[in-house]
Design a protein around this ligand. Structure first.
Ligand SMILES: Cc1cc2nc3c(=O)[nH]c(=O)nc-3n(C[C@H](O)[C@H](O)[C@H](O)COP(=O)(O)OP(=O)(O)OC[C@H]3O[C@@H](n4cnc5c(N)ncnc54)[C@H](O)[C@@H]3O)c2cc1C
Length: 254
């Protein structure tokens, strides 16, 4: 396959239109010290929903290696698809870190049901670290579409420097009065002189304080499995949120 040319193969699977595309890296954006976004050129419109994920294959020593990542862009942002990853010491991460604009990649998409397109009047997103990726996609989508959904996002990061999509989330919240973003920092070294926001992990108290109407909301929880498990436990057992009102996405692998 010639790098830069796209070949799309459409396969119908249970009414979901999944495509495989050979493409190239369009852009690489450093988000925080160890988090990067990778954008891939897409000529045709990909029919994905905000919050879904896709499979990405890159070549490591000439061999195709695949992992899956949430779309961090919204379907309203055309011409590319993007994922955002914490660069770890793993072989795949290290290969990603060496990717250059124009390099080959193969994408298979879309997949997943952790989606939101305006189905509910009030939602809450609970997220930590890299788990922000599908939520950023959803918040961008609801804003670009002018949806009236009332959204509260509780987002925990280790330090201020680790807040992924900070500027982007600020911009979304400034143009969309229906979205409120609450940051909390979990590092014990947070300087109270410079950080005026919340500190500590998202817990029962924080949820009660930040959304008095939590009982009316649909909860979307995304992050590493341990974090998701802990938050679901709080929602179900301390706040009596019914299982049917909780949606989760586990970033298995961290
Ligand atoms: C539905 C879904 C959506 C997802 N979306 C995203 C997303 O948007 N962004 C994202 O970042 N991830 C996402 N993930 C997780 C992703 O698929 C990977 O599993 C994850 O990024 C870890 O991959 P890795 O190659 O860094 O680590 P792996 O090779 O899977 O290793 C696991 C851990 O071991 C450590 N490790 C491995 N090898 C070494 C080494 N040689 N030296 C030091 N440490 C090492 C790494 O710290 C890593 O955290 C998603 C997962 C799912 C299921």
């Amino acid at each position: 396959m010639v790098c830069g040319k796209q070949k799309a193969e459409a396969i119908r699977v249970q009414e979901v239109h999944i495509i495989t595309v050979e493409t190239e890296v369009l852009d690489i954006i450093q988000r925080t010290g160890d988090v990067k976004s990778f954008r891939f050129k897409i000529k045709e419109d990909v029919d994905f929903k905000p919050g879904q994920f896709f499979f990405v294959a890159i070549k490591i020593d000439g061999v195709e290696r695949t992992k899956h990542f949430s779309f961090s862009n919204s379907p309203t942002e055309k011409g590319y698809v993007e994922f955002t990853k914490r660069i770890t010491g793993s072989e795949f991460s290290q290969a990603l870190d060496k990717l250059k604009i124009g390099d080959w990649a193969k994408l298979k998409m879309p997949n997943g049901s952790f989606t939101f397109q305006g189905e509910y009047e009030k939602v809450a997103f609970l997220s930590g670290g890299i788990g922000i990726t599908p939520i950023r996609s959803i918040c961008r989508f609801t804003t670009d579409k002018g949806l009236a959904t009332d959204i509260v996002l509780l987002y925990s990061s280790r330090t201020e420097d680790d807040i992924i999509f900070r500027q982007d989330l600020d911009e979304i919240a400034s143009v969309n009065e229906n979205i409120r973003v609450v940051h909390t920092l979990t590092s014990p070294d947070v300087d109270a002189k410079t950080w005026k926001g919340r500190t500590g992990r998202v817990d029962e108290k924080m949820i009660r304080e930040e959304m008095k109407d939590y009982g009316e909301r649909i909860f979307y929880v995304c992050g590493p499995p341990k974090m998701v498990e802990g938050l679901v436990d709080i929602l179900k057992n301390r706040l009596s949120v019914g299982e049917g009102k909780i949606k989760t996405e586990n970033f298995v692998g961290y």
